[in-house]
Ligand binder design. Structure first.
Ligand SMILES: Nc1nc(=O)c2c([nH]1)NC[C@@H]1CN(c3ccc(C(=O)N[C@@H](CCC(=O)O)C(=O)O)cc3)C=[N+]21
Length: 289
């Protein structure tokens, strides 16, 4: 590309995340007891170690308390279930998060089903999935809920607009579609089997990339003036250096989009802020009982 004639507005995550964290801290301070988040992680996958450390630190800065249960990779299904049941039964624990992905030998669906839906701050329990899809949302997955907050923060209302989501994962694509439908958008979910993907994505007023492939979305796939939300975080590990983080959207897309989230510093910080928001909401509900 030659010299850019146009540059999309940067939808920075940190200012929106700070606003959400401030609201969350104020709500946390009103509770008789500090909201408590229990985070469970298996094994030493570097991305998981780094994300969990971020969640734990942010929780403490926001006036919540948190515990990290770092278990060995070889932890059995039964041992993990036993820990979840213990946390379910512990009234001092308001939120439970089991960091994904789990090792191959663990049955993820059985683990997510075992978490008390009232403590399911990830919103991954089928009960909470059902609540979202019947437009009675309770706990909603943090990344898509964080995207909704970010859009609102920047004055972007999806009502009546055409939104195309690329990716159909349980963590991002599917719940994102449910939230946007609830917000009156016209939603298309595209994925790896979509024919003529470019024709589909070019229809989008708001394009959400949650594919998991670095720089997958190129300028030719974007309608001029569209808003582009990049949910991808592809870690390029480098010898002796911090990994480089690449989004799912090619940086040249900024020359056709009207607004675009950066990576890092876009959706990622929203995810963590929303997780703490969900934890405080769970604590508020539990305090009513
Ligand atoms: N049960 C569960 N719940 C999750 O919410 C969950 C999960 N498992 N597994 C993995 C994904 C990923 N995820 C991120 C959170 C924050 C950043 C984040 O803060 N990113 C920063 C950069 C962080 C860095 O430097 O590594 C940014 O984009 O600016 C990224 C990714 C939560 N996830």
């Amino acid at each position: 590309m030659t010299a850019p004639e146009h540059k999309a507005q940067k939808l920075a995550g940190p200012p929106a995340a700070e606003a959400l964290l401030r609201e969350t801290a104020e709500r946390a301070a009103k509770l008789a007891q500090k909201p408590h988040l229990s985070i469970v992680r298996l094994g030493e996958d570097p991305a998981s170690v780094s994300y969990v450390a971020g969640k734990d630190a942010r929780a403490k800065e926001t006036g919540l308390s948190s515990t990290v249960h770092a278990l060995p990779e070889e932890t059995t299904q039964a041992e993990l279930l036993a820990l979840i049941r213990q946390l379910n039964g512990d009234s001092s624990v308001n939120g439970i998060l089991v960091q994904l992905p789990l090792p191959e030998h663990i049955d993820e669906q059985e683990i997510l089903l075992a978490i008390d839906p009232d403590k399911d701050v990830d919103g991954f329990h089928p009960m909470n999935v059902g609540r979202l899809w019947t437009n009675h949302p309770a706990s909603v997955p943090c990344t898509p809920q964080g995207v909704m907050y970010l859009l609102k923060h920047y004055g972007i209302d999806p009502a009546g607009k055409r939104v195309v989501i690329i990716g159909r994962s349980n963590i991002v694509g599917r719940p994102m579609a449910g939230l946007l439908m609830n917000a009156h958008a016209t939603v298309t979910v595209a994925h790896s089997r979509t024919r003529d993907l470019r024709a589909v994505t070019r229809e989008a007023d708001i394009l959400i990339a949650a594919i998991g492939k670095a720089h997958f979305v190129t300028p030719d796939m974007v309608k001029p003036g569209a808003v582009v939300i990049d949910v991808g975080i592809n870690r390029l590990e480098r010898e002796g250096k911090k990994p480089k983080l690449l989004g799912d959207v090619h940086p040249d897309v900024a020359q056709v989009a009207s607004a675009m989230t950066p990576v890092p510093g876009g959706v990622g910080p929203m995810t963590i802020a929303q997780l703490l928001g969900n934890t405080v909401a769970a604590a508020e509900e539990q305090a009513k009982r």
